[in-house]
Each structure stands twice: as C-alpha cells, then as structure tokens.
Design a protein. Structure first.
Length: 268
C-alpha cells in the first residue's frame, strides 16, 4: 500500500509521457491516497523550445481540478506545480502563484543562470565542482525567496555528474552551504522532499540522500514530503516505500501532504 506520491508529471509537462487521467487512474489502482500532479513550469532564459508556458498552466488549471472532482471518492488528487528557476523571473513566478489555486508548490533548480539544464551540460568542459557550487548558491537564493512549499530534489545535478558521467565529487566542501539552505527552509516554515527518482536511475540514491535528510532532521526540520518524480504511469509510486524507510531511519515519524498550500501530517 502506497500512502502518497507528491511529485509526478503527465503530458502537461514537456517530458511527461502519460496523460493526466491515465496517471490518476493508475494512482487509484495503486491505492495511493494522496496523489499530486506537479507539472513543470520552468522559468528563466532556457525554456524548452517546445514548451508553451501559457498552455501548460491553463491546461493544468482546466484538467486537474476536473479530475479531482471526478475521482474524489477514490483518491485525494492534489493540484501541484514544480516551479523551476523562480528566482530567475520573480515577478512572473509571483503572478503564476497568485493566479492559480495550487495545493502544492515544489521549488526546483534545473539550471543555473547562463547555463542550460544540468541534463545538457558537458562536464568535461565546465568544472563540475564549480557548477555544483553555483547550483547550491541558486538553491539558497530560492530557499530565501519563498514561492515554494518544499524544495525539490536537492542535489539534482548529481543525477548527471555522478550518475550519468561517473565523476567523483567531494561533497564535504558543500556541507556549509547545504546547512545554510536547510536552516533557511526551516526558518521560513517550508520543507524539503525525498525524491525517489534517483533510485531507479544510475545514481542509485534519493535526492537528497540519507545524510542530508538526517542533517535536516538534526537542524530541526519536520516538514518532509516524498515523491517518485514519475513521468509515466509505470513509474508512479516507485521508491515511495524505500523513501518512507529512509525517512524513518533519519528519525521522522510523519510525512507531510499539502492541500491549499498547507501541510498535514501522515504517520509512518
Ligand atoms: Zn525537477
Ligand atoms: Zn519533477
């Protein structure tokens, strides 16, 4: 039994493979009680050329509340968004959040200023340690600026640097800034997520991994969500059980779900 999955995408995202309704019916089939569709709204100077911001936002606004009604007796469908690079276009981010009744906002950094998504970067040409440092700087800026409920997949670039390119990274040099990010999240009453996508990729760990989740708990962090980051029905709910186990091992007894931008807590 999978109690929740708070980070998923459908074809409303440029990289989603299954329709919103197929995702919801799969969630119902899996018995997921709290299920969030959190399609991409990526801001900044490197949008995907096929990505139409307006169509995505209005499409989600038309489809997801309607599906929530249709499946109301089967799952609690949460209307989410994964807002990328909000600090690169703060006014637009504010406007989008004011105009849409989201239940849940994941704040993510997929690319740093002046560079494309970490997915596209050539790590033989640009120093990965330096890129990672700039990633954490922008993530700290994101944590400070607000406009999110939880920070998405902390350490995301490791999916490509370590997972895809097999480059070793000395993570100790970032422990100071990671602490600062976590402290900022906690001070602002926000949370982080355990993103389980890394478990089914070459990286083989969650984003962030157990060390960071444990540190978050030690610093006083209590708001933690868990999501698969599925982009198709086949990945829905994957790794949630492992994520719950990891959370327990790090001292958590409750996991947050969000409705109308407010957390409620589910015992694990
Ligand atoms: Zn993401
Ligand atoms: Zn995502």
């Amino acid at each position: 039994m999978i109690p929740f999955d708070l980070h998923t995408h459908c074809t409303l995202s440029f990289d989603g493979e299954s329709s919103a309704e197929d995702m919801v019916t799969r969630a119902v089939m899996l018995g997921i009680k709290y299920y969030a569709l959190t399609d991409h709204v990526d801001l900044g100077e490197f949008p995907d050329p096929d990505f139409d911001l307006e169509a995505t936002v209005s499409g989600a606004g038309a489809q997801i509340p309607a599906l929530r009604e249709k499946y109301a007796d089967k799952t609690e469908l949460l209307y989410g968004v994964e807002l990328g690079q909000a600090v690169q276009e703060p006014e637009l981010a504010e406007k989008l959040l004011a105009e849409n009744d989201y239940d849940f906002v994941i704040g993510s950094v997929h690319n740093i200023r002046g560079h494309e998504d970490f997915y596209f970067l050539d790590y033989t040409k640009t120093d990965p340690q330096e890129l990672l440092g700039r990633y954490f700087d922008e993530l700290l800026e994101t944590a400070e600026a607000g406009r999110y409920d939880v920070l998405g997949h902390i350490t995301y670039p490791l999916r490509y640097i370590v997972g895809e390119n097999g480059i070793n990274i000395d993570m100790k040099r970032y422990s100071g800034i990671i602490d600062e990010i976590l402290r900022t999240v906690i001070k602002n009453g926000k949370g982080i997520e355990i993103n389980t996508s890394g478990l089914r990729q070459k990286y083989g760990r969650t984003f962030p991994d157990a060390g960071t989740v444990k540190r978050y708990r030690e610093l006083g962090g209590r708001i933690l969500t868990i999501g698969s980051d599925a982009h198709r029905t086949g990945d829905l709910g994957k790794g949630i059980a492992e994520g719950i186990e990891l959370a327990r091992n790090c001292g958590f007894t409750e996991i947050a779900v969000y409705k109308e931008r407010k957390p409620t807590f589910i015992r694990i």
